[in-house]
Design a protein around this ligand. Structure first.
Ligand code: SF4
Ligand code: SF4
Length: 622
């Protein structure tokens, strides 16, 4: 195909206009991202993991397909089509300038392959259009004209390329239609959410690398995300990468119970703020609206369950943003909440989140005849606030202690143990968290503890990850495991319930054990000691929060529907006669919730209680 000089000139004018349209907006976005402050603990290493994540999540589109198989596959086909058509487009442009490089056998074979693939892309984009404009899942939000225009342009791009061999006499008009559609598409990219096409591969490659990683505060003037000056490059990059797919909202317990919090709006709020004020502004990030800001109330409704972050296909890390916003509010004294104040005081004065005197814990230890850890025992049994003070938590600890006794594992408890700092950390109070972490680390060091086991996934996470993130020397923190991991390792030595048992146990995955620690099979193996284990519809990585995390267990009544009731209904609907839990916080939330949603609620048991139920009775001491 040859082109006249006027045609070449028209093409070059259109190409320059499209490139300018793209760069005009894209450069503004780049300037805003680059103006944000650097991320304090960012490291490009380990590079191997980054390359793997890029291959798996960007090139293979594995996460996109895994979480929403059909729309995900359609989206992946469109993405792969973009990659395949890259070479075709280069050849298109060089053809008009008189330098075609695919007029050879390779070029013909490649074009034939691209045509077949183009058919899949055309079908996929048409299906996505129908889904967005006719099926309209509510998670996608309001209809967007721009999505329709983009879908139309991609469809045109495919059809005008596929049609060439069938209508060779129209090869040139089809070439022009294809090229003009492409040149119209280019400037739309940075003006719309399709900016993710360019940014999300970079966002995924540059992610913080660990689930819900909370970055350190640096210097005396760093209080968290208070104003635009506190936004970091990674946060800004993530804000501009959001594709507005609504996956985060769909799985968020707050959205599902009609709260103000919506993780998608949090991300878009940061984007709106950057567009409106930029990264050097001293305008507060938190106000009472989502318009170019984020409502403070929303930031404090998050249970930090991580469902949003787990789902996001473009690598946006919501939890560090939300905790960063809380830090900005709490560390500067801008968060005023009676429950929050009471909690922080209880943590400071009593060393536990429930506000009891530490003598209550001592009485419990004495009553249970738990040995004090003196360096001769194998494990330090970490009681935690729930295990030390909450009646139900104490029952779990007692059952687990029985299991350890049965296994012949030696253990002791600390004479003085304070809250790990989990609620302070998640609510953004760095000072209280730091005090608690330091006091506990000192106690562990003095007691020469070398291994810890805990019934609480929150304690496990805080000790194993947050204390290190805060800056503790990893060598100063003994390894800790969850009791499910411990019991699963010794499962062969634990008796099963009688074979006549007809108990059906629905297992609830705690967020901090599942998504945060990746432990799914071990608690199920332990629960299976008591009967048949079944899963609720939302389970494993997609488990639905109990509503307690993020310090919310201590912040009083929820607004709107209760997260725990939403989950309890789902658990009851499975028909199981036992709800198996593996976290004392889940346990406390479901205690009332199950009774509230059912006249004949299933029995609520921790996996330690299930395991202990089949143990031979303790010999009566003389
Ligand atoms: S962490 Fe959980 S509660 Fe918080 S925004 Fe994400 S999905 Fe919602
Ligand atoms: S934050 Fe991620 S999951 Fe949520 S809408 Fe944006 S791209 Fe989708």
């Amino acid at each position: 195909m040859s082109f006249s000089l006027p045609e070449k000139v028209i093409f070059l004018i259109c190409l320059c206009a499209a490139a300018y349209g793209f760069w005009f907006r894209f450069n503004k976005v780049l300037v805003r991202i680059r103006a944000a402050k650097s991320d304090p603990d960012f490291s490009i290493h380990p590079i191997g993991k980054r390359i793997w994540d890029f291959f798996w999540e960007v090139l293979v589109q594995a996460k996109v397909i895994r979480e929403r198989p059909l729309p995900g596959l359609a989206h992946a086909l469109v993405f792969w089509g973009f990659c395949i058509f890259g070479l075709i487009t280069l050849n298109h442009f060089s053809t008009v300038l008189g330098f075609p490089f695919m007029d050879n056998m390779f070029g013909e074979a490649y074009a034939a392959f691209a045509r077949w693939f183009g058919v899949l892309v055309a079908i996929s984009i048409a299906a996505l259009f129908v889904r967005r404009f006719f099926v309209r899942p509510r998670w996608l939000g309001a209809l967007s004209k721009e999505s329709g225009i983009i879908a139309g342009l991609i469809f045109t791009l495919m059809v005008t390329f596929i049609a060439v061999p069938f209508f060779p006499e129209y090869a040139k008009p089809l070439w022009w239609a294809h090229t003009l559609a492409l040149l119209a598409f280019m400037p739309l990219i940075p003006h719309t959410k399709h900016l993710h096409l360019v940014l999300s591969p970079v966002t995924i490659f540059l992610s913080r690398g660990e689930f819900s990683h909370i970055p350190p505060l640096v210097g005396d003037d760093d209080f968290g995300l208070d104003t635009g000056k506190d936004l970091t490059k990674i946060v800004a990059l993530q804000a501009y990468s959001c594709v507005e797919c609504g996956r985060c909202s769909q799985h968020c317990p707050a959205v599902n119970t009609n709260k103000l919090l919506d993780p998608k709006k949090i991300v878009l709020g940061v984007r709106g703020y950057l567009n409106e004020f930029g990264a050097h502004s001293e305008e507060p990030l938190l106000t009472d609206t989502y318009v170019a800001h984020i409502p403070q109330e929303a930031a404090f409704q998050c249970t930090t369950c991580g469902a949003c972050e787990f789902q996001c296909p473009v690598g946006i890390e919501h939890v560090p943003i939300i905790i960063g916003l809380r830090r900005g509010a709490v560390n500067t004294g801008k968060w005023e909440d009676d429950y929050g104040t009471k909690l922080f005081l209880a943590l400071e004065r009593n060393g536990n989140a429930l506000g009891f005197s530490s003598s209550e814990r001592e009485k419990f230890i004495t009553k249970q005849q738990f040995p004090i850890f003196d360096g001769t025992q194998e494990y330090c049994l970490w009681l935690g606030c729930m295990g030390g003070y909450d009646p139900q938590g104490r029952e779990i600890i007692s059952s687990f202690a029985r299991v350890m006794d049965h296994l012949g594992t030696t253990f002791g408890v600390l004479r003085k143990e304070r809250c790990t700092g989990d609620p302070a950390r998640r609510l953004g109070n760095d000072l209280v968290f730091q005090q608690l972490a330091e006091q506990n680390m000192e106690t562990l060091k003095q007691s020469k503890v070398s291994k810890i086991v805990s019934i609480c996934p929150h304690c496990v996470r805080t000790i194993s990850v947050d204390w290190k993130e805060y800056g503790a020397n990893p060598g100063d923190i003994p390894p800790i495991e969850h009791h499910s991991e411990f019991m699963a390792r010794h499962i062969d030595k634990l008796p099963k319930a009688a074979s006549t048992s007809s108990d059906k146990i629905v297992y609830h995955d705690p967020c901090y054990l599942g998504r945060y620690r990746g432990v799914y099979d071990q608690p199920r193996a332990v629960a299976a000691l008591g009967g048949e284990v079944i899963d609720p519809p939302r389970s494993r990585e997609r488990s639905f929060c109990c509503g307690a995390g993020g310090g919310l267990a201590f912040l009083g009544e929820e607004k709107g529907d209760r997260v725990s009731h939403n989950r309890a209904k789902e658990l009851v609907a499975t028909g199981a006669n036992i709800v198996g839990a593996a976290c004392p916080f889940c346990n406390t939330m479901f205690r009332d919730a199950l009774a509230a949603v059912s006249d004949a609620p299933p029995k609520l048991l921790d996996i330690a209680q299930i395991a202990a139920a089949s143990l031979p009775p303790k010999p009566v001491s003389q």
